[in-house]
Design a protein around this ligand. Structure first.
Ligand SMILES: [Zn+2]
Length: 165
């Protein structure tokens, strides 16, 4: 894949330290409420679940999916929310494969302060992995990431997510 016209270097560490973080109670709830203070990178939403491009992606196509209801622990998910989260996750994997042809995925929840979670509202990361990419240390340090602009990711995915039923 080519990155030529899509260079993007997010400053994840600054974000984690809270310097750039918008002053809202919950970033995810604010995104859902279309609060202009937060960047809206929503790819899809219905009354139960939603999917957003990560504003500070670890990789091209980094998404997260979450319940519309503000909860912090996966054990709080209702059966309906659980089913919708699973369905949306599977759908997202298919769309990412179609658009980005990754070689694999890391998918999961960060729960609690010590996990590195920077947002309370429960969300599942979907991170496409590519055969040729920077090392893990480069990625977690946030210092050498050169990836796709999240707005370009959003444009590509929004069209595909219209197929979700
Ligand atoms: Zn929330």
């Amino acid at each position: 894949m080519t990155f030529k016209s899509q260079l993007y270097i997010p400053n994840k560490m600054e974000y984690l330290r809270g310097h750039k973080r918008p002053a809202v109670d919950c970033i995810i709830c604010s995104i859902l409420q279309k609060d202009p203070v937060v960047s809206n990178l929503l790819v899809f939403e219905n009354e139960t679940v939603a999917c957003s491009v990560n504003l500070y992606p670890y990789n091209a196509g980094h998404l997260f999916i979450f319940p519309v209801r503000h909860i912090v622990d996966p054990r709080e998910l209702t059966e309906k929310e659980q089913a919708e989260m699973n369905k949306l996750r599977n759908f997202a994997i298919t769309q990412l494969e179609e658009i980005y042809q990754p070689n694999g995925f890391n998918i999961g929840f960060n729960i609690g302060y010590a996990s590195g979670a920077s947002i309370d509202h429960l969300h599942q990361h979907i991170v496409p992995r590519y055969g040729r990419e920077l090392g893990f240390v480069d990625i977690i340090s946030g210092s050498k990431i050169i990836i796709e602009d999240p707005n370009i990711t959003l444009e590509k995915l929004r069209e595909n997510f219209k197929k979700y039923e």
